[in-house]
Design a binder for this molecule. Structure first.
Ligand SMILES: Nc1nc2c(ncn2[C@@H]2O[C@H](COP(=O)(O)OP(=O)(O)OP(=O)(O)O)[C@@H](O)[C@H]2O)c(=O)[nH]1
Ligand SMILES: [Mg+2]
Ligand SMILES: [Zn+2]
Length: 296
């Protein structure tokens, strides 16, 4: 009988499918024709499968809305960008780069600040001004004085239902720690592993989605640097939501907000409506993209 569900776990050639109707978990394999067509089912895929005895067979994979490569997950709705205040130090350049990559994949980013306990009140207040800027730019931001306060963790959880959420961010930012606060039973490994093993080793081959508050949630391995390879200079300005808000008022359609006259975005940067650091990062990324073009 043909049934429908979503792959929530992939482990050495088997795919565990959560059935849409029965809510049962069914172990499946992919039919050979997928391999021939070089399509590999991944976690998050919506599939049609045939249940027969103990083992089902995946017959069809729905077109993906989006997908990530590391780790392979499809149909992601939102990403919690875990960002540490220190260790590693807060960097608006890195945060903006992560945000741009996420926006490029049509995923909604939410920003979650960690390690605020390592800041004195003055430093925290300064950082809070920066994060308020992101809030004003349209992002959902979690930046309470106590990073893992019950209130804030509960607030975050409320965003999960009916969605696929990934936790992303720099290595050591606190992704696994935050997930363990959300659900202590997850018991995810923190720190030691990331620090002592190299990336190749700690990137787990087994990707799972956890069921939390009626949503599916995944941890992802952190990274130390990011590239903007897939993004071109036409797309870049569209990945800054607050630029998009004003670009309709630029004199030129397709304005890059660089040297064009009567650019509303630049005007908004000058009067402080758009964060200067975001605009500077935009120029910086534009440069980076142009330098790839020369290289490849
Ligand atoms: N002081 C303090 N330490 C924290 C906080 N959050 C996480 N840590 C510590 O930071 C280290 C890294 O945390 P992890 O949760 O492993 O970071 P991660 O983002 O999962 O790292 P990767 O898995 O390498 O990507 C651990 O030693 C945590 O205990 C925090 O809010 N305050
Ligand atoms: Mg981790
Ligand atoms: Zn412009």
């Amino acid at each position: 009988m043909e049934r429908e569900g979503r792959i929530i776990k992939s482990i050495s050639g088997f795919y565990d499918v959560l059935d849409h109707e029965s809510h049962e978990l069914v172990r499946t394999r992919a039919r050979g024709n997928f391999r021939k067509r070089k399509i590999k089912p991944i976690v998050g895929d919506m599939v049609t499968y045939e249940a027969s005895g103990d083992l089902g067979y995946i017959l069809k994979i729905e077109d993906r809305e989006n997908s990530l490569v590391r780790p392979p997950i499809a149909n992601i709705d939102q990403a919690i960008v875990v960002t540490s205040a220190v260790e590693p130090n807060f960097s608006s350049n890195l945060l903006d780069k992560i945000l741009v990559n996420i926006e490029h994949n049509d995923i909604k980013p939410l920003i979650y600040l960690t390690k605020t306990d390592l800041l004195d009140d003055k430093k925290y207040a300064d950082l809070k001004v920066v994060l308020d800027g992101y809030r004003k730019a349209g992002y959902v931001v979690f930046d309470e004085r106590d990073s893992y306060s019950d209130d804030q963790v509960q607030d975050l959880i409320r965003h999960f239902s009916d969605k696929i959420t990934v936790f992303t961010g720099q290595s050591g930012a606190g992704k696994s720690t935050l997930l363990n606060h959300i659900d202590p039973e997850l018991g995810l490994a923190t720190a030691e592993i990331s620090q002592t093993l190299n990336r190749g080793k700690h990137t787990t081959r087994q990707v799972s989605l956890f069921n939390i508050e009626g949503g599916l949630v995944a941890d992802t391995p952190g990274f130390s640097s990011l590239e903007l390879i897939e993004i071109d200079q036409e797309e870049l300005p569209t990945l800054f939501p607050e630029f998009v808000e004003y670009s309709g008022e630029c004199q030129f359609r397709g304005c890059h907000h660089v040297n064009e006259p009567n650019c509303k975005v630049k005007e908004m940067v000058e009067d402080g409506t758009i964060m200067k650091s975001r605009y500077d990062d935009y120029l910086y990324f534009l440069n980076e993209i142009n330098s790839y073009k020369k290289k490849y």
